[in-house]
Design a binder for this molecule. Structure first.
Ligand SMILES: Cc1cc2nc3c(=O)[nH]c(=O)nc-3n(C[C@H](O)[C@H](O)[C@H](O)COP(=O)(O)OP(=O)(O)OC[C@H]3O[C@@H](n4cnc5c(N)ncnc54)[C@H](O)[C@@H]3O)c2cc1C
Length: 395
């Protein structure tokens, strides 16, 4: 058995109780409607309330391992994660994946300058990787950073930059070296308030604005803001992308099977409660089994991480499993609502104020974020099973 979930000793009950009371006291009341997925507040006042909340947690000594140089007590870390997630409001603002890049490739000064304010919510970050013509095939990115004295000058465009509209800093990949492909890419810390940065929010089919386009018109970035060496950006990014995938895979922590059961009790199929319909029961039973496997995949990954045995195929596997199961479950939820599934948020016939319709519209995003599931399958085949690499130029 390669899954170990050590019980949290009873001696930690006090820690949990104190933390829970602290969170309850400081948790903000937001105007922003919480939805499933990697969602972003739609008003500045809520972003400020969230910053105050994250700051209070940090200053009380509750710091997640991802932001600190030294690992904390593992049981306290688990409790911290559990309680912060249970609070139901974001406790990490922006995209914090640059933290891993700074830990592995940053200078001491970069780490001490950027990690603490990120942990405190003082600095919100966005990830500036994808471009209109470079997503899966990220090594073909075209944003350029040319050296000019003590600076680099950045010209180009990014897209799908989550949180960019509220971000203080960007984790940028740009081409600095006179070679095509991965060896030409470097990673940078970019001050989002620099002259020449233009952030344009994108409205999605969910009706919300979680992504942005970001344009760079001769933006000056000090050379000391490079993370790692020139041409090392692809290696730097590799560390953060692996972390992103494992987070997406783990995002299904809240088991929605019980919610589906609730829906099936409240809605009718053929004039009787849907829970009495054999096909519905079969379907929900299948989801329950697959949800259990999903939890085990998450725990297996955590166990392998504890032992330093994570492989390149682990996070992709968990990510595919979660995102495809999630997609099927939200589709089933809409089917259970019958004609009412057409009613979205704001309509008087809406079920649960449109949470399922929003989750349905968002569900595809999980199959794409952090690398599409097709790319994940390629990774499993090539790196996990040692199958021949996909020929270049066929993507
Ligand atoms: C919720 C969410 C948040 C995101 N946040 C950010 C962010 O903050 N910063 C950022 O930089 N990016 C972000 N992205 C962008 C994300 O990284 C890209 O969408 C993703 O890498 C896919 O790239 P693409 O959209 O250009 O699709 P493409 O690469 O154009 O792919 C289109 C289709 O072709 C398929 N395909 C492509 N190549 C292959 C191949 N070799 N074999 C088989 N099939 C292939 C893909 O699977 C996909 O179905 C986010 C995306 C989502 C959904």
């Amino acid at each position: 058995m390669d899954v170990i979930v050590p019980a949290i000793p009873g001696t930690y009950d006090g820690f949990r109780a104190t933390l829970r009371a602290f969170i309850a006291e400081h948790k903000p009341t937001l105007a922003w409607k919480q939805r499933t997925g990697l969602r972003v507040p739609d008003r500045a006042a809520d972003v400020e309330l969230l910053r105050t909340y994250v700051r209070a947690i940090h200053d009380a000594g509750y710091v997640l391992d991802r932001f600190s140089a030294e690992p904390g007590d593992p049981h306290e870390q688990r409790i911290l994660e559990q309680e912060l997630v249970a609070a139901g409001v974001p406790h990490v603002l922006g995209n914090p994946l640059v933290a891993g890049a700074l830990k592995h490739f940053g200078t001491d000064e970069q780490r001490s300058t950027y990690l603490p304010p990120m942990a405190r919510g003082d600095h919100i970050w966005t990830q500036l990787f994808s471009e209109p013509d470079a997503g899966s095939d990220l090594t073909s990115l075209q944003t350029r950073a040319g050296r000019d004295g003590d600076d680099f000058v950045v010209v180009g465009q990014k897209v799908w930059s989550t949180w960019a509209q509220w971000s203080d800093y960007g984790y940028l990949l740009a081409r600095t070296e006179p070679v095509e492909g991965p060896a030409g890419i470097s990673a940078f810390i970019l001050d989002m308030r620099s002259p020449g940065v233009d952030v344009r929010p994108l409205r999605e089919m969910t009706g919300t604005t979680d992504f942005n386009e970001v344009f760079f018109d001769e933006v000056r970035v000090p050379a000391v803001n490079m993370i790692g060496a020139p041409g090392e950006g692809w290696r730097v990014a590799g560390a953060s992308l692996a972390e992103e995938r494992s987070n997406v895979g783990g995002a299904g922590g809240v088991d929605p099977v019980q919610r589906l059961v609730g829906l099936a009790r409240r809605h009718n199929r053929g004039g009787r409660p849907a829970v009495e319909d054999g096909a519905v029961r079969q379907q929900i039973g299948g989801f329950a089994a697959r949800s259990r496997i999903q939890r085990h995949l998450g725990q297996r990954m955590a166990t392998k991480a504890m032992k330093g045995q994570i492989t390149a195929a682990d996070a992709p596997l968990a990510k595919i499993w979660f995102s495809e199961l999630n997609l099927e479950m939200v589709e089933a939820a809409l089917a259970l609502q019958g004609a009412r599934s057409m009613a979205v948020e704001g309509d008087e016939l809406t079920v649960e104020d449109g949470r399922w319709q929003d989750a349905f519209l968002y569900a595809r995003a999980w199959t794409i974020a952090g690398g599409s599931n097709e790319i994940m399958r390629n990774l499993i085949a090539e790196r996990g099973l040692g199958l021949p690499r996909e020929p270049r130029g066929q993507s």
